[in-house]
Each structure stands twice: as C-alpha cells, then as structure tokens.
Design a protein around this ligand. Structure first.
Ligand code: 5GP
Length: 205
C-alpha cells in the first residue's frame, strides 16, 4: 500500500528546548525529514548553512516569496523565516514524517493549507521565569535579543490552545518520552484524501 507522509509541527518559545528534544528522540521515531528553514537571521556560533538553516539575505528571501517558494513564512524577532514547499512535498510523497520547527504564525498558515496532514505540539518551559533563566544561561544571544525573545514568548504562549499537544519541558527525559509518543501518533494521522482512497481499496480487495 502506498503510504503518504505526515507533518509534525513543533513550536514554542526560543529556549524551551525544541531542538534538543528532536535531537534526543531522533533514533526512536523512525525515518523522518527535518524541514530546514530559510532565514535572514545571522548564523549563531556553531550553526551551519544548509544544516541548521539556509541563511540568506533580505533580497533573496523576498524574491523567494514572490516566486511562491514557501509553504509558509513569517517575521519572527525582526527576521524572516520560511519553509520551502518543494522538499516538503517530496518527503511527503516518499511517505516520510516531516518535522517543522516553526513559530505560531507559521503553524496557523500551514494548518490552513495542509491541516489534515498536521499534528502539532507546543513545547515550553514550566514558567516564564524559567524561560528567562535558560535564555540567559544559553549565552548565545545578547541582552537585547533575550528581551525580544521573552516578549515574543508572552505572545506565543496565547496560541497553545491551537495545538494538539502540549509538552512542558521540566524533566527532560519525560519530555523526550512524550515527544516520541507525539511523533508516533503524528505518523498514524491520515489526510482526508488518503483516508478516502483507503476506503475504496478496502472495499475492492
Ligand atoms: P531561532 O532564531 O531561535 O532559530 O528561531 C526563532 C523562531 O523562529 C522559533 O520560534 C522557530 O520555531 C521559528 N522558525 C524557525 N524556522 C521557521 C520557519 O520556517 N517558519 C516560521 N514561521 N517560523 C520559523
């Protein structure tokens, strides 16, 4: 049977531990494709072009918008971030689980466009003060940027209600277990088109 893929959207404030969770769960969620976003933000220390993000300038990003390259894009903390449509479509056709680490605006847009293929999870710290502590101790961003991220987190948290699952990243091991369960559930989700074609085949065989 031809299996169509599914999408798992992971959102939550910067510093809540989204990328660490995805990395820790990596070997336990089966084959997946992590959607590498394009951004106009400058690379952080240790980040590589084509691995963490595709780093581009403003003009290139805007040209890509015009060319219809993005499944969704948004401005976050004053920079553009976007998900390219083509690799996502290919991964879905290959039956893979596609994981997006995108913000709440991107989640809303993707839901509108591909809602029935999407499972979503919001990852956050147990409290605002804990988020502040983690962002400061990460030490990769200067004070002004940390402030912006915290202000943004206060807005983002309001969107929790739009997500299927919530993971409070307090005990990391437990959060990883929850994330694995969510990723496995996401794989089992089917779009309407896939469900209808299954029903037709089921009747005929
Ligand atoms: P950071 O600068 O910390 O890597 O990411 C900042 C925020 O942008 C995070 O909330 C992250 O989920 C979000 N983000 C990363 N890539 C994308 C994308 O392609 N689209 C959208 N809408 N948000 C993204």
């Amino acid at each position: 049977m031809h299996r169509f893929g599914a999408i798992l959207i992971v959102s939550g404030p910067s510093g809540a531990g989204k990328s660490s969770l995805i990395k820790a769960a990596k070997n336990q969620i089966g084959e997946y494709y992590f959607s590498i976003s394009t951004t106009t933000r400058a690379p952080r220390e240790g980040e590589k072009d084509g691995v963490d993000y595709f780093f581009v300038d403003h003009e290139t990003f805007e040209a890509d918008i015009k060319a219809g390259e993005f499944l969704e894009y948004a401005q976050v903390h004053g920079n553009y971030y976007g998900t390219s449509l083509k690799p996502v479509r290919e991964a879905l056709e290959a039956g893979k689980l596609v994981i997006f680490d995108i913000d709440v605006q991107g989640h809303a847009i993707a839901r509108e466009r591909m809602g029935d293929l999407i499972t979503s999870v919001f990852v956050t710290t147990p409290s605002l003060s804990e988020l502040e502590r983690r962002l400061k101790s990460r030490g990769t961003d200067d004070e002004e940027i940390v402030k912006k991220r915290i202000q943004n987190a206060l807005v983002e948290i309001e969107y929790v209600t739009a997500y299927d699952f919530l993971i409070v990243n307090d005990d990391f091991e437990k959060a990883v277990d929850s994330f694995i369960a969510v990723a496995k559930a996401a794989r089992l989700k089917k779009g309407r088109k896939q469900a209808l074609s299954f029903v037709n085949r089921w009747r005929e065989s």
